[in-house]
Ligand binder design. Structure first.
Ligand code: FES
Length: 359
């Protein structure tokens, strides 16, 4: 086992490159290049983000923390020497993933962070490169990268290297079009195994649901499944949505096509389009009205806007991203008249309860 650990530590960069290459070959064999919906700007953005993260941000943070640490607390650099490898690995991975869960969830709930994370969700198809599709500043502020640097400085470099290889395998696997978990759902006999796997690590089905456009398809939930390596945090904090299907429509509901430079370098570079969330002069405006909206809803699923920012009231158009609000799903079996709340104060959610009369 020691030899394996030493090998993984020594070859960490090569192993991660091998994982990427492995999934890349499978994705290309599956026709991703032939059938892609990506523009050249998408590819440029993904490759630029990947290179910035791998060659600049991550090594830069590790070097900076090591440098500052050795100036301020030189004796701390051997703190983890002699501590059991497995204990460091487990604690490192759990703290790392919890930090990333909290950061990722915040990126969906707070406007500024959302704009840095938005490129990740602007992708209209999955693929291993989507894993690296965020603004450069998103990675610089990512707390778990600083955690990696800290544990490395404290003398935990070997377990950190091994942990990062394991984590990359899960994260790239959950973004890739390879959908490695499909076989688990195909045979009933594998169902208990599928249950265990999906309740421990993030599977493609679990993560694809997070990239789905809207939950009206009853598979997607962009406001859930924030986990990166483990699904346990979503289960603990009430954001887990288990599915064994993959959404057809991926991306943002009200997508504006923005240049890759704005996606990558926001807020230094902004898009020219003032209607884009990352555009110059963009403002998120309340679109509520005091009176409810009387409307006949056709059979099917509808999403009612609860945040009050939608430009298609009373329906959700995705403007709730960057807030803690989520749309409410209305399932209509037969065409029917509804009195939908548009002051967003109804205690009944989508249905008007006359709360507007006391405003
Ligand atoms: Fe989705 Fe308001 S736009 S909840």
């Amino acid at each position: 086992m020691d030899e394996l650990v030493n090998f993984v530590e020594g070859q960490q960069q090569l192993l991660v490159a091998g994982i990427i290459l492995f999934f890349a070959i499978l994705e290309i064999a599956g026709g991703i290049l032939k059938n892609t919906k990506r523009s050249s700007g998408d590819f440029v953005q993904e490759v630029t983000s990947f290179l910035l993260l791998s060659l600049l941000t991550k090594p830069g943070i590790v070097i900076a923390v090591g440098f500052i640490g050795s100036l301020l607390l030189p004796s701390a650099s051997v703190l983890l020497n002699g501590v059991n490898f497995w204990a460091i690995l487990i604690v490192f991975l759990l703290v790392d993933d919890l930090l990333q869960y909290a950061y990722h969830r915040s990126a969906h709930e707070y406007a500024f962070l959302w704009k840095l994370h938005r490129p990740h969700h602007a992708a209209t198809e999955m693929g291993l490169l989507v894993s690296y599709r965020n603004a450069a500043l998103y990675y610089l502020l990512m707390p778990n990268i600083w955690w990696i640097a800290l544990v490395t400085f404290l003398g935990g470099g070997i377990p950190v290297s091994v942990g990062l290889v394991m984590k990359q395998l899960v994260i790239i696997g959950s973004h890739s079009t390879v959908k490695w978990d499909r076989f688990l759902y195909k045979f009933k006999v594998l169902s208990p195994l599928a249950w265990i796997v999906e309740h421990v690590i993030v599977t493609p089905a679990f993560h694809f649901a997070h990239h789905g456009k809207a939950k009206s398809d009853e598979i997607s939930d962009p406001n859930g499944n924030f986990g990166n390596m483990f699904s346990i945090w979503d289960q603990l904090f009430g954001s887990a949505v288990f599915t064994r299907k993959y959404p057809q429509n991926l991306g943002l509901q009200s997508d504006s096509v923005d240049p890759w430079q704005a996606h990558t370098f926001y807020p230094v570079i902004k898009a020219d389009n003032p209607n884009s969330e990352i555009g110059k002069g963009f403002e998120k405006l309340k679109t509520t009205t005091k009176e409810p909206i009387k409307i006949a809803l056709l059979e099917g699923n509808h999403l009612w806007c609860s945040c009050g920012f939608s430009r298609s009231q009373p329906f959700c158009d995705g403007s709730h991203h960057g807030t803690k609000f989520k749309p409410q799903l209305i399932k209509v079996e037969k065409m029917q008249d509804y009195n939908l709340c548009n002051c967003k104060q109804s205690k009944l959610g989508a249905i008007c309860d006359n709360s507007h009369k006391s405003l």
